[in-house]
Design a protein around this ligand. Sequence first.
Ligand code: PEP
Ligand code: MN
Length: 341
Amino acid sequence: MMIVMKEGATSDEIAHVVERIEEVGCSAHISEGDLLTVIGAIGDRDRVASLGLEGAPGVDHLVPILKPYKLASAQFRKGERTVIDTGGAKIGGEHFSLIAGPCTVEGREQTLEIARVVAESGAGMLRGGAYKPRTSPYSFQGLGTEGLRLLLEAKAQTGLPIVTELMDVRDVADVVEVADVIQIGARNMQNYTLLTEVGRTGIPVLLKRGLAATLDELLMASEYVLKEGNTNVMLCERGIRTFETSYRFTLDLMAVPVLRELTHLPIVVDPSHAAGRRDWVEPLSLAAAAAGADGIIVEVHNEPEQAICDGPQALPTETFADYADRVFRAAEVAGKQVARV
Ligand code: PEP
Ligand code: MN
């Protein structure tokens, strides 16, 4: 339930509504706009309805929310979009940002070289995994804390904020030292204890859509992070499983306009993991940017043939600047401002 306060409602009136909501074991999230304050009542809807808040002082009207997610709903921010500022590159609303880097941090030279090229090409953030969710337990699992250290060095050299994956709550203390954005991988989208934990860090989160997750399930997963008071969540479409076997995953670009309607959260598209092959990455990127995505996260490598992980889909550093230019132009066609650091 959303409680829309009257213009000029006093802080006592707002506090009174919050108190009543909390009395019945629900929690209240206050969202203050220029003119109006809206209070989201989170918890059992019947209990909130039984409070009769329509008649409380300062209350204008109540809006029942039918969607199971509340904090993520477009309604919650009254049409305003969330803009995430990671310390240089804004993403969301009018702002478009390109997130680029290797699938995984393999070594110093590789990481620093890729970081330099993507920074010079106008990327707004550097991606790179130190902890990797691999389908096979026999595949390279990431450099761990050594990988995190290399990402810090890349950040110091380029100024790019870091997007890196957290797979396990036991690594949260190490990852928060380095991450400007914590990536939650597709396979962990419904790891609710992990989502709660990243919610508590307060660090922006890039939440990837699960391989077989609906948009409602993605939004419910984001709700776990938002519920902890962490409002900086971006949602990432990275391809889903369908009956099609000609390519790795089906990139669901419908998710871009549909999510835009359902939520205020920034929407990012990952064409690399859907395509699985580098020559399909650019057309998908252009389509995603033109469809209004707030950001694109893409894999880049200085020696794709030698890459330990996801080499076939990595864009080579040599041509990355041209690729980035074309993507920025597509984003501009969709009315975005491009955030270059
Ligand atoms: C990745 O970003 O390298 C990755 C493993 O992504 P996903 O979780 O979408 O498969
Ligand atoms: Mn990858």
